[in-house]
Design a protein around this ligand. Structure first.
Ligand code: CA
Length: 223
């Protein structure tokens, strides 16, 4: 998934169209507010970020993306106006991976996107990262960070969090969780799940609230 944050409708639609016809999934967003909403649901592989936007501008958005652990490693390509040479420097210093100057050709645009994904893919394939809000889980390293700070979890708590994040936005029943984490399915033991959810929430602090109890059903993260 690639997010295209651009307030000019024609450009936004063209970007999304071009990416989709090249085989990517892309979503057009008009401003920072829409981006923050979209990020709650899905962390994309790449963000294209226009600089001149209503509300928060591209620099401010970039700064926020780079300071949140869930989005810090998402590559960003800044989209700049032609004459603004200074923009590029500021964007790259702010942590952007590349920039594209308007107006640009679609071939060049796709080539830039692919190049950045290739470069950053090498980094990200080292360890799959799952996240929600300020929670980041590095699966291979078995590491959990909350607002950038490492959180120590037991093996079961880690697996539980991983399972919830892999199914972000979806309600998992206690039985599903039992089957997956403990390897059995027995109604009488569903309390085990509740106990682990409780300790997991405590360890995650404020972000623990992201794990929602769905009454009579089970649990969900990022709903
Ligand atoms: Ca704009």
């Amino acid at each position: 998934m690639i997010y295209c944050v651009e307030d000019e409708r024609n450009i936004r639609e063209l970007l999304v169209y071009t990416l989709e016809t090249t085989g990517f999934h892309a979503k057009g967003l008009t401003d920072g507010n829409e981006l923050w909403e979209a990020l709650k649901k899905e962390i994309p592989e790449l963000i294209l970020l226009d600089i001149m936007l209503p509300g928060e501008d591209g620099y401010r958005i970039l700064e926020k993306l780079k300071s949140a652990s869930a989005t810090r490693d998402v590559p960003v390509i800044m989209v700049t106006a032609k004459e603004a040479e200074y923009d590029k420097v500021r964007g790259l210093e702010g942590g952007a991976d590349d920039y594209i100057t308007k107006p640009f050709g679609m071939m060049e645009f796709v080539a830039r996107v692919k190049a950045v994904l290739r470069r950053c893919g090498q980094k990200s394939s080292e360890d799959k990262m799952l996240g929600c809000g300020e929670i980041s889980v590095f699966v291979k390293k078995h590491e959990v960070r909350c607002r950038g700070i490492k959180v120590e979890l037991t093996r079961k708590e880690f697996e539980l969090l991983q399972y919830l994040l892999e199914n972000k936005g979806i309600v998992l029943t206690r039985n599903q969780i039992l089957c997956r984490i403990w390897g059995y399915d027995f109604d009488g033991e569903t309390r085990t799940v509740d106990v682990h959810v409780r300790t997991l929430r405590q360890k995650l602090g404020e972000e623990g609230n992201l794990i929602e109890t769905v009454r009579g059903v089970g649990y969900r993260i990022g709903g």
